[in-house]
Design a protein around this ligand. Sequence first.
Ligand SMILES: C[S@@+](CC[C@H](N)C(=O)[O-])C[C@H]1O[C@@H](n2cnc3c(N)ncnc32)[C@H](O)[C@@H]1O
Length: 218
Amino acid sequence: MIRFKQQRLALKGWLLTLVSGRLKLAAQRGAISRIDIFFLAIAWGNIGYAAGISYLRHVGERVLKSKGPILECGSGATTLLIATLTQTEQRQFVVFEHNLEWYRHLRQILKQLGFHHVKLIHAPLVDYGDFRWYKAPTLNRHPPFELVICDGPPGSIPGGRYGLLPIMGDQLSTSCLILLDDTHRKAERHIITSWRRQRCLRFNRLGYLGSYSEVEFC
Ligand SMILES: C[S@@+](CC[C@H](N)C(=O)[O-])C[C@H]1O[C@@H](n2cnc3c(N)ncnc32)[C@H](O)[C@@H]1O
């Protein structure tokens, strides 16, 4: 069983290396095609949890257009995509992952693919009163984040992704762009409403049925 798991991981690593090579070429061209993203989605698998093709492509395009540090909450296919697109310039890329088993899986894959610039942090979920969110580590003298990929914690956790603004708000630059997935769901739309009670925000729903949103400070 262990041998089978290792073989499967080796195959996944090999497929992801191929996909990552294509994505690096796409980054040099400054445009990511649907087919590159499709190959990534196939190589990654994890259907039901991984980001959709359209959102993945949008994330990739935003990474290419942006400068500065990136924060991701909840790891997966997007982590591989961003790691690939930021590797050449060794851009700062911090990822919070609450699930220890999933964190170890991602850590192994990132290591296998040589993505040593990714700061993948195991951040268990803790209580912040009305909601739960990552136990955010102190990122000493870290420059403010310019882009956030907000895909976690899962919706089943009280507050879901809400904690980003109250907990990390002062570590986001005023020009930061937040990409929030799953805004076709009422809970995620409610998160934007709650954030807007705290800070002046602009938002734009994109994708089929507004399935993801861009949120910016006014
Ligand atoms: C929606 S997923 C993250 C999606 C990620 N941005 C992607 O593109 O794959 C959010 C969380 O679900 C959890 N997760 C991911 N895959 C899982 C699986 N197969 N089973 C259980 N939990 C999973 C992880 O803890 C992750 O942080």
